[in-house]
Design a protein around this ligand. Structure first.
Ligand SMILES: Cc1cc2nc3c(=O)[nH]c(=O)nc-3n(C[C@H](O)[C@H](O)[C@H](O)COP(=O)(O)OP(=O)(O)OC[C@H]3O[C@@H](n4cnc5c(N)ncnc54)[C@H](O)[C@@H]3O)c2cc1C
Length: 355
């Protein structure tokens, strides 16, 4: 059985960044459910908006975004709609509108050839065996096993490594559902919708490459029913839906307490959403995936003798920032405090009505 220094499970923004920055002296294997290229196979459902913090991570690495990853158009504000108070505000935002699947595939192309990448591969089991970890995975229908000294779970919201390391741990989660329609609005826009009758999280829409994507994060129970109920309400408010071209569903984590952030133990590490690193107020997670990967990569490259303890310490800033988002989410998802914020019209950029 082949032995590696480091095994990475998942090559989303977190895993692909870690695999890119690790020094070539390590023997590394990276397993990823997505294919190497093309539209077939697994695609991560996402809004595909790159926040300024994610952009900062690319600045630090000296990486520019290729045009094929960008989506059309680039939009500068989010129409925030509160269905309880019936208030709408437009907040300026500096997101970059991207094609998330193209972005993920491009990130994988930046990984050096020294990393043994297994595309279209599903990791099925992780076991601790003495000082190493044994990984069982399926590649092209063939079950294989390897061992590794260090293992990194970059496998997103439903992380196998997180469930293996912390079987008793439960973190608040929602069912994210989104449908894609042909864009029929005269002016493409982003929106963020609060409606406590359908979800205590939030819903969204965005326009991308001729499509209108409408979705939300709903309680696990009756998610689909709630989605359709909201769709009806938004139709009455002028959203235009043709018949859906595509529907996507996945779990999205929404941390609600400090101990929801879990960094790993015993030479096993969690980065990105697998660690619970996602904003509870906006569900923005790409920047935390990039940042946590960079922190862990530096720790490995320094050959630190206490990598778990140091990773726990150095992610303190991320965890404090995300905890502040938990508090922000409580304010935004409570109907009365949200009304106070939106009624103040603070930072609202009013849109001039059509002449
Ligand atoms: C509907 C929705 C909209 C969102 N919109 C935004 C947004 O606009 N902007 C933003 O910043 N964030 C957004 N997020 C959050 C963001 O998508 C995640 O936080 C981010 O993708 C986390 O990156 P990651 O690398 O940690 O995990 P992921 O992106 O989930 O990547 C994990 C990868 O691991 C692989 N994988 C998983 N399990 C296995 C396995 N067992 N074996 C092998 N491979 C495996 C998969 O291929 C997957 O690509 C959104 C989330 C959802 C659900």
């Amino acid at each position: 059985m082949e032995h590696y220094d480091i095994a990475i499970i998942g090559l989303g923004p977190a895993g692909a960044t870690l695999a890119r920055i690790l020094e070539p002296q390590f023997k590394i294997i990276a397993l990823d459910k997505k294919r190497r290229e093309g539209e077939d196979g697994f695609q991560k459902p996402c809004g595909g908006l790159l926040a300024p913090d994610a952009q900062r991570s690319f600045i630090r690495s000296g990486i520019n975004l290729p045009v094929h990853v960008l989506a059309n158009p680039q939009i500068f504000s989010v129409k925030t709609i509160d269905l309880q108070s019936n208030i709408t505000c437009n907040y300026q935002r500096s997101y970059i509108n991207i094609n998330r699947h193209a972005f993920d595939l491009w990130l994988k192309t930046l990984i050096p050839q020294t990393v043994d990448i297994r595309h279209d591969t599903l990791c099925k089991r992780i076991e601790k065996e003495g000082d190493s970890y044994r990984l069982t995975f399926e590649e092209n229908g063939v079950t294989q096993e390897i061992t590794a000294q260090y293992i990194v779970g970059a496998d997103g919201a439903n992380s196998l490594l997180r469930r293996t390391l912390y079987p008793q741990h439960s973190i608040r989660k929602y069912q994210a559902i989104q449908q894609w329609f042909k864009e029929l609005h005269a002016r493409p826009f982003y929106s963020c919708i609060f409606d406590n009758q359908v979800t205590d999280c939030y819903s969204w829409s965005m326009s991308k490459d001729g499509y209108f994507i409408f979705g939300g994060a709903f309680p696990m129970k009756e998610g689909k029913k709630r989605f359709f109920h909201l769709k009806e309400k938004m139709t009455e408010r002028g959203f235009v839906f043709s018949s859906p071209e595509k529907e996507e569903k996945c779990i999205v984590l929404c941390p609600s307490k400090w101990r929801d952030f879990v960094c790993g133990k015993d030479n096993a590490f969690l980065i990105g959403e697998a660690a619970g690193f996602i904003s509870a107020s906006s569900l923005e997670g790409i920047s935390y995936a990039l940042d946590s990967a960079e922190i862990l990569g530096n720790i490995f490259n320094e050959q630190n003798s206490r990598p778990n303890a140091v990773y726990q310490k150095r992610t303190g800033k991320i965890r404090r920032k995300l905890f502040a988002k938990v508090i922000k989410a409580k304010i935004l998802t409570s109907a009365w405090s949200r009304k106070l914020v939106m009624k103040s019209r603070f930072a609202d950029v009013p849109v001039i009505p059509d002449m």
